[in-house]
Design a protein around this ligand. Sequence first.
Ligand SMILES: [Zn+2]
Length: 324
Amino acid sequence: MPSATKPRAVRGGIDLGGTKIEAAIVDARNNVLGQARRPTPTEGGPEDVVAQMIGAVREAAGAAHLDTHELIGIGVGSPGVIDPVSGSVSTARNLPGWEGHYPMAAALSKELKAPVYVGNDVQVATDAEFKQGAGKPYKSVLGVFWGTGVGGGLVLNGRDWIGRGGAGEIGHVVVKVGGARCPCGRRGCMEAYAGRAAMEGRARKRAKKGTKTDLFKIMEQRGRTRLASGVWDRALRRGDRLAIRLVDDAVEALGAGVASTQNILDVEAIVIGGGLGIRLGEPYAKRILEAMRPHLFVDGDPPAVTVAALGDLGGAIGASLLVT
Ligand SMILES: [Zn+2]
């Protein structure tokens, strides 16, 4: 393609997840021109993670017939505590060896020769749904990302709400006082029942004690080492009783936690995303709404509960929106 006809204002977006890194090249109308996916390193440190991110962006840019220096900027949706001004990331617990501060934006920018902006992964995915996806018809949206953990993002009256930086942690809404231990170390959080990591922990424990399940057989057949969303989906379709039981518990916890949040915020729509949310899709969004009903104070007028429309690329598209 001759460079004179290249689309202008093309941006990059990276969704840095605990299991995978998703990169997308997006034009001014938010069309995806190229994409790439890499596994997130499970060992090493920030340098190794950043090297994979660089590889993913280069591959996505290649697919769009561009070089990374031609991008007007690259946005990153990252877990952990973000300093949006310096672009550094700290205490990203899902990433290997990431206890201290790491200047992510500077490290990426140096190699990719484009300005880099870093934001919170869940908030950028919520923004993407609000601007381009399932949240488009609404002014106030709660994003619930049901995956390894359960993350939440908020757009209230058209504006992001991040509080003092720690808002949206819907996974740690308490659904049972003194309940199960959450990966965060506290007890009774919604994530302790609905997060895929917690669900897997429970499944392993029950299987060890002799409960019959095909979950781990399906995992092995698929060449996985974790109970990925696709494994849960397959087990549910096969009628695996343990899978059904644990997902029922997850839906019940989501119902209580999301309804309690709705009682405070009264948003128009709740967008369900995340690996499990997207994989299980509309029937489960409906089930979550049903599970919310008994806990909704304004029970005659529930919010719309809908599945994220941008799918797995929502995080990367959302991250690209950080480029202004
Ligand atoms: Zn927790």
